[in-house]
Structure formats: C-alpha cells, structure tokens
Design a binder for this molecule. Sequence first.
Ligand SMILES: *Cc1c(COP(=O)(O)O)cnc(C)c1O
Length: 338
Amino acid sequence: MIIDYRSDTVTKPSPGMLEAMMKARVGDDVFSEDPSINELEQMTATMFGMEAALFCPSGTMTNQIAIKCHTQPGDEVVCDESSHVYQYEGGGIAFNSGASVKLLYGNFGRVTAEQIKAAIQPDDVHRAQSRLVALENTSNRGGGSCYDFEEIKKIQALCKEKKLALHLDGARLWNALIAKKETPKQYGEAFDSISVCLSKSLGCPVGSLLLGKNEFIKKARRIRKVFGGGMRQAGFMAAAGIYALQNNIDRLEEDHSHARQIAESIAVKKFVKLVLPVETNIIIFELQDTLTAPALVASLKEHNILGYAISPNRVRLVLHLDINKEMVRKTIEAFNQL
Ligand SMILES: *Cc1c(COP(=O)(O)O)cnc(C)c1O
C-alpha cells in the first residue's frame, strides 16, 4: 500500500462520485448548453452569494483569467512572494496579461492591509499603475495557513478606497472555511472575484470555478475561449463537482485532524528544525542541516510513504480524502522509526 501525501490532487474519484458522473446529463458547454455545468455554476454562485460562475479545467486558468479580466498590460498586481499566481503559474501574469508584479513578504503567505497600502504606487508617470490585489487562502507555501477574516475586511476597505480590484485564489478555500468556521457568503461579499478548486481537497478529477459579477464572468467566458479552455460535454466533470460540494466539504475536518496528529510525531524528531503551524491539511517542515529534503523523501519512500521536497530543506505532506485513519497510524509509526 502506497500512502501518497505529495498533494491533495492525487485523489481518485470515489464510487459515489463515479456514479454521479456516469449519470450526468451533458451538452455543448461552449454553447452554454451543458445542463450539469450550468447547474454547478449556478449552485456555486448561489453558495457564495455571487452573481455568476465559470467552470474551467484548472485553478491556474481561473486565476489567470481573473488577472487578465482585471488588468491592462503595464498594470501592477500586488501579491505575496509565495503566492501560487506568482510562483507556480509559469510566469502567467507576464505571459498572459503583460502585467507587472509587486511582491509583498507576508506572514506564512498572508499579507496585511498595511503592507498593501505601502505597496500601492503613487499616481506618477514613472510608475506602473496598481490595479489588482491577489490574496491566497489557504496559503499553499504558507503551510495551509488561513487568513483572519478581520484582515480581509480591512483589505477590502482599502481596495475600495484606492479603486483596486480584489481577487482570491481560493484553491483550498474550503479548508479555511471549515478550519475558521466561516461561510462562503462572507467571502462572496469581500472579493470581486474568487477562484475555487474542486480537484484539490474535494476529490474531483478535474475542475475549478471562477466567481464574480455577471459582466465579469461574461468577459471571463470570452477569455476562457481565447486561452483554449472552452470545453464541450464536460458535464461529466461538473457532475463530480456537484457531488463533491454536497458530500466532501464537511469531512475536511478529518484531514485537518490527521495533519495535526502527523505533525506532532514529526515535531519531536531530532532531524527536524521546525514545523510550520498546521492550521488545515498541509504539513510543511524544515530539516536540520544534516539531512536534505530529497534524502528524507527517499527514506519515506522506503516505507511506501510519498512526500514532496518543496525546497532543498523543506518537505510538504498534504492530507486528503484518500488517506484514512489506518494510513495515518502507519505514517506516525514510520516517523517514529526514522
Ligand atoms: C493547486 C493550486 C492552484 C491551481 O492549480 P491547478 O493545478 O492549475 O488547478 C491555484 N492556487 C493554489 C494556491 C493552489 O494550491
């Protein structure tokens, strides 16, 4: 048995999800005629109290479409240095939107209204025009850290005052909602656009949604086509999404609890320098100089445990719905032996 913690993207559809997919009614979504996609988009928009939603193949695409919609070439996007839009989207902000980036150095991926305020460019011909603030919740490289909603409200007020758009990369927003006991509607009120993923902690094979106002989503639909993301009978995937929203959100607390249990067994190891605070389903730990991350990943593999070296001295483990209690027990046992 392989216990795979490399990412929460490695999950396989459950029997219930597969059954929902097999039964899906489908149509051509480029003509907006796929009933399952229309239902998923409507359902998600309602959930967040937002006007409309757009189903896309990936979270990279929903983020990149949002950035393209909000900016003109030469505008500046303000985000944390560790954010997915900057680190892991192939330079897409420059490639797709011709926009510049202002990096902030936050607290485990979280930035403050104060930091953003200081980063906004003055109205000066020498400067790029600050246009968009992109937050990430939970923060991937921040170890699954969650925002304090009060800070988000401050950021929202600042963006309104300075006429900046506010986007949320909520690939794992579901985990934050469960961990902080927040509601999707709170987020729908705070952001101009939100990207959420179905393929991460919710266990779908494919799919992300972009949420926003009707006009925004209309523009986003056009850009999705230009980016090559117009899909046809993708309702099979949307049916998986509907199933996941109905069945796989509340159980996330289980992943968080598993993450805390494993993190405790890691924290006491001599070869571990520090474990980032575990707030949701991600464990990131840093090693002492005597051991490299690839070397530790290799020894975990001997125990049939897969992890991911996110840097030369940091390892990431991600909990998800294909990791059960028994696997967690085996993992803790393996760490005890290392
Ligand atoms: C995974 C992830 C995405 C989107 O990734 P895709 O693989 O393109 O779906 C976006 N943001 C964050 C924070 C992520 O972890």
